[in-house]
Design a protein around this ligand. Structure first.
Ligand SMILES: CC(C)(COP(=O)(O)OP(=O)(O)OC[C@H]1O[C@@H](n2cnc3c(N)ncnc32)[C@H](O)[C@@H]1OP(=O)(O)O)[C@@H](O)C(=O)NCCC(=O)NCCS
Length: 413
């Protein structure tokens, strides 16, 4: 079946996680993604956190599916010559080097635009223009500087980073949106453009509700936070533990089993109070004026969830989920990665996919979470380092075997 991005060629200068997440999604939408890697070593993640000797790590194989790989030293003269030809024949270039890395090689935006005015040049950096623009940034730096860490965790503990890679993968996905918008605009103007996403900005975008709460603080304490009504609110949004970020109170309560993930997250919408209290054996609280309304419950949310927990601890988390969903009470069992890996429904939708890698064998990855009815995703294994070097040099750069051999001898590929 045809794919949404058939015919779109991406020059993928990305490494580690943020950039590769972006280009992997573009590949899943059908783009021809050419991953450029340093000869000899390649993307540093090929060798990081290896679980098997001499086999590309899961870090690499889970972020670089459906791509082609060419080795190219863009600092060598011959490498620059090849790079210029690739720039001229691609639609989009994506990179996430440290600030200024490509400029230092002579590939400024102005120089790139001159080579190919239709090119969309997309970058991830840690920070946007300003005092920190030259800093190198990894995931947790972005989580800390984008507002996530100060608002995650419990009031009496240190700031916490989250396991969701909102800085890296979050930024990669934002960059996808920018690239697709630029491609759409190019349809009308014929011109490429610069697309940039700073990791700090995208983490903040994902923490939007916390900036909302910062402003609400001026009007008084945040009543859905666990600090209310007895705790102290300072000048900044405090850590909210497991309190819901939305308008409906929620909390993670324990379930039967006592394991580290024997919990379920329960949300108390106003219509859910009655069925919840019936299930908890506390029907008298449905009409008790001290408990019957959301306003009355707000100052005693801790007690509400204690009542609910006394009931949830008698059942396992999936039983609780079934019972609560019979009454449309929103809830979510805490699923660990083992449970998610085994979840049949996720396999059936292609969100969890088993991939057969020529050297590694079978492994699980997260497939495309964005489903297009007219452009289904087939997940293919990541390429070996330089697997497609000759093929790309011949078919796109137009070089002969002799020219390729000479470039290889010089270490340019
Ligand atoms: C992630 C990051 C911290 C890694 O830093 P790093 O390992 O030192 O890697 P750099 O990006 O600085 O690249 C190292 C060098 O390799 C060079 N290089 C990489 N690929 C090359 C290639 N194919 N040919 C020639 N040189 C290459 C770069 O030009 C750079 O050279 P320079 O130091 O002379 O400028 C940094 O790239 C960064 O801050 N990126 C932007 C934010 C980001 O995406 N972070 C999230 C990562 S998941």
């Amino acid at each position: 079946m045809a794919k949404a991005l058939d015919g779109v060629r991406i020059l993928d200068m990305t490494h580690v996680q943020s950039g590769p997440t972006c280009t992997q999604i573009l590949a899943w939408f059908g783009a021809d993604v050419i991953k450029v890697e340093l000869p000899g070593r390649g993307d540093i993640t090929r060798g990081q956190l290896r679980d098997k000797p001499n086999v590309d790590s899961l870090y690499f194989t889970m972020l670089n599916c459906n791509k082609r790989s060419i080795t190219l030293n863009t600092k060598s003269e011959k490498g620059k010559e090849i790079f210029r030809k690739l720039i001229k024949s691609c639609d989009v270039m994506v990179e996430n080097f440290a600030p200024g890395a490509l400029d230092r090689q002579g590939f400024t935006w102005e120089a790139i635009r001159e080579l190919n005015p239709r090119l969309i040049y997309a970058s991830v950096k840690g920070f946007g223009p300003g005092p920190y623009e030259d800093c190198k940034v990894y995931e947790n730096v972005a989580q800390c500087t984008g507002g996530a860490a100060s608002t995650t965790g419990f009031d009496d503990g240190p700031p916490l980073v989250t396991g969701a890679q909102i800085g890296d993968s979050g930024t990669g996905i934002h960059l996808v949106a920018g690239i697709l918008a630029a491609l759409f605009q190019r349809e009308k103007t014929g011109q490429g453009q610069r697309v940039t996403c700073a990791m700090q900005d995208t983490v903040l975008n994902l923490c939007r509700v916390k900036l909302r709460d910062q402003q609400r603080l001026a009007a008084g304490p945040l009543m859905e936070y666990p600090q209310y009504p007895n705790g102290v609110f300072g000048d900044a949004v405090p850590r909210a533990g497991n309190a819901s970020g939305g308008g409906q109170p929620g909390w993670a309560v324990r379930t039967k089993g006592g394991g580290p993930n024997d919990y379920i997250y329960v949300i108390i919408q106003p219509p859910g109070w009655e069925p919840l209290m019936k299930l908890c054996g506390r029907a008298e609280l449905i009409t008790d004026p001290e408990w019957a309304t959301p306003e009355k419950r707000l100052p005693k949310l801790g007690k509400c969830f204690e009542i609910i927990e006394r009931w949830t601890m008698t059942l396992d988390k999936l039983e609780v989920m079934r019972k609560l969903n019979e009454f449309d009470v929103p809830c979510g069992p805490i699923l660990d990665m083992g449970e998610i890996a085994a979840e049949q429904a996720l396999r059936e939708t292609g969100t969890v996919v088993e991939v057969d890698h020529p050297k590694r064998g079978k492994f699980l990855t997260v497939g495309n979470p964005i489903k297009l009815s007219g452009s289904p995703t087939e997940v293919k294994p990541s390429p070996a380092l330089g697997e497609h070097t000759d093929e790309i040099l011949k078919s796109i750069v137009g070089w002969s075997d002799t020219e390729i051999a000479a470039a290889r001898k010089e270490g340019a590929v």
